[in-house]
Every structure is written in structure tokens, then in C-alpha cells.
Design a protein around this ligand. Structure first.
Ligand SMILES: [Zn+2]
Length: 174
């Protein structure tokens, strides 16, 4: 009896939780296959890849370190880049690689800087099973720093939403 009840509770939780979080950086849906891994042979020998965790810790602010190197997620609506509307380019806060153009940024209402596309070749992807659903994690193709997750509820023309931690980016106005 006890088992039945607890498994029922678990099912209820699983059914309810994704809907509640769909607007958040977590989101729902199996997206793993939709985004083939970006070949990053171009950066395979990059010196950025040789930095140790301790060296990253020295280089980055504490929150940027936790996000970029430990895949943490910043709190929603905390990044000033959420409101950034000028023309320019968003760079990786780890290695300064240019990742997003401002013309692909849009207001997703999630509280995280959101883009519908990225500069080709700058991101790598992997399946992330840390929550109850499979998400597609993406990271800087050069330094490997974690940036966010990509979902299939974005606007045209790609239909994708790159949900990025603001602290993982720097902005350079055009
Ligand atoms: Zn980088």
C-alpha cells in the first residue's frame, strides 16, 4: 500500500513539475537529437582547454566560475544582460569567443538572456540528464565553459531558444 501511494505521488509530481518550469531555464522535452554536436576540431588544440579548475577559479568571479565550470544556473532576472537591447556581440565570459549576435536576441520572458541562433561553430552540445527530463546543454566550443540549455520553444526562423546564463557572457556594443 505504501509503495503504491508513494509511486502515485511521484507520478503526480512528475506530471506537474515540467509545466511549472517550462518558462524557466530547465524546461521540458526531449531535445537531445535535434542538435547534433558541433564539430569543434578548430579549437581542439586551444590553450583554453588546458586550464585547470584552480586556474579558472582565479580568472573568474565566483558566480561565473560556478556557472561556466560547474554548470550552475544563475537566478532568473539577475543578469543586466537580460535587458541589453543595443546592437553588438555577446562573448563567452570565459575565453571571449564571440557567440551570439544581438540581432538573434529576443525577450523570452524567462529572466535569462535568450537567443534563437548562435554564431556557427561556437557552441558544442551534450545531453543533460541531471533533472527528470533530458535537456540539451550547450557550452563554448573553445574553452568548454557551460552557457545554458537549448529548447524547441523559440521563435522563427529557427524555433529554438538558447537560454543563456547572463554571467557566462560579456557584451560588446557595436
Ligand atoms: Zn569560451
Amino acid at each position: 500500500m505504501k509503495n503504491t501511494l508513494s509511486s502515485l505521488r511521484r507520478r503526480t509530481f512528475l506530471a506537474a513539475a515540467p509545466a511549472a518550469l517550462v518558462a524557466a531555464c530547465s524546461g521540458a522535452g526531449k531535445t537531445g537529437q535535434a542538435f547534433a554536436s558541433t564539430p569543434s576540431a578548430e579549437f581542439a588544440d586551444s590553450e583554453w582547454r588546458t586550464l585547470t579548475k584552480a586556474e579558472w577559479k582565479e580568472r573568474l568571479e565566483p558566480l561565473a566560475f560556478r556557472v561556466l565550470r560547474e554548470e550552475a544556473t544563475e537566478r532568473a532576472f539577475t543578469s543586466p544582460l537580460n535587458e541589453e537591447k543595443r546592437a553588438g556581440v555577446f562573448h563567452c565570459a570565459g575565453c571571449d569567443l564571440a557567440i551570439f549576435n544581438s540581432d538573434t536576441k529576443y525577450n523570452s520572458g524567462t529572466g535569462w538572456p535568450s537567443f534563437y541562433d548562435y554564431i556557427p561553430g561556437t557552441l558544442g552540445f551534450k545531453e543533460d540528464n541531471k533533472l527528470w527530463t533530458t535537456r540539451t546543454e550547450y557550452h563554448c566550443a573553445r574553452c568548454g565553459g557551460h552557457h545554458g540549455h537549448v529548447f524547441t520553444d523559440g521563435p522563427a526562423p529557427t524555433g529554438l531558444r538558447y537560454c543563456n546564463n547572463g554571467v557566462a557572457l560579456t557584451f560588446k556594443a557595436a
